[in-house]
Ligand binder design. Structure first.
Ligand SMILES: Nc1nc2c(c(=O)[nH]1)N[C@H]1C(S)=C(S)[C@@H](COP(=O)(O)O)O[C@H]1N2
Ligand SMILES: [Mo]
Length: 198
């Protein structure tokens, strides 16, 4: 009898103010047409030695891969639960192309000028990853193929789909939504939704 009750229970608590809902394709601008032959991920800005690193698709495949089970929390209050993401731990890319000591801030950018501001610490989170797969399948174009940044502790807008570049910064700078009324940090458990809360 208790088994039945357990089966209906929420698998895990949602962050404050969130309700369960599907992962709905949602983005600013159109789904970009990308191809693996010309795809690259650039790590630039205030790197430790001032150099820029450009990873091509085959380079990404050679890096260690991991799986992370993580819910997706849109700041519009819907959370998609029980998602299994796979890809390269974000920490691996930070270690490959480290920032200068004073560069704690990062702009993560994608096609059409979409970008978010995050921190090096966000990327060092053990659950942060550059995801290539969702639930065992390559990402669909709408969900960010070939690579999207997944930062489970932050609202969804912080993780660009179709990610193309990381830029280390020695001073804070706001991203696309952070300039339009959304929170600089965006921690889901602290419910940091809007800039007026800062
Ligand atoms: N490039 C890009 N990435 C983006 C967005 C966007 O508009 N452009 N929207 C963000 C927001 S607000 C959310 S909630 C998620 C939505 O992911 P989904 O389309 O896979 O549900 O993508 C995030 N990443
Ligand atoms: Mo969102």
């Amino acid at each position: 009898m208790n088994d039945h009750v357990d089966a209906l229970a929420d698998p895990s608590p949602l962050p404050p103010g969130q309700r369960p809902g599907p992962l709905r394709p949602m983005h600013y601008g159109r789904v970009p047409r990308l191809d693996l032959a010309s795809w690259s991920l650039t790590i630039e800005g205030a790197t430790v030695d001032g150099s820029m690193t450009r990873l091509l698709w085959p380079d990404l495949q050679k890096l260690p891969q991991t799986e992370v089970r993580a819910d997706h929390h849109c700041v519009a209050k819907r959370s998609a639960t029980g998602l299994v993401w796979a890809g390269v731990p974000a920490r691996v890319l930070v270690e490959l192309a480290p920032p200068a000591t004073e560069a704690q801030w990062v702009l993560a950018s994608a096609a059409y000028g979409y970008h978010s501001n995050i921190t090096v610490d966000d990327l060092l989170s053990p659950r942060a990853l550059f995801a290539t797969h969702l639930n065992g399948e390559p990402l669909s174009p709408e969900h960010g193929w070939p690579v999207r940044l997944v930062l489970p502790h932050l609202y969804g807008w912080k993780g660009p789909k179709w990610i193309m570049a990381l830029e280390y910064l020695a001073a804070p700078q706001r991203g696309f939504w952070e300039e339009r009324g959304y929170h600089f940090t965006g921690d889901v458990w602290r419910e940091e939704r809007y800039s007026h809360q800062e």
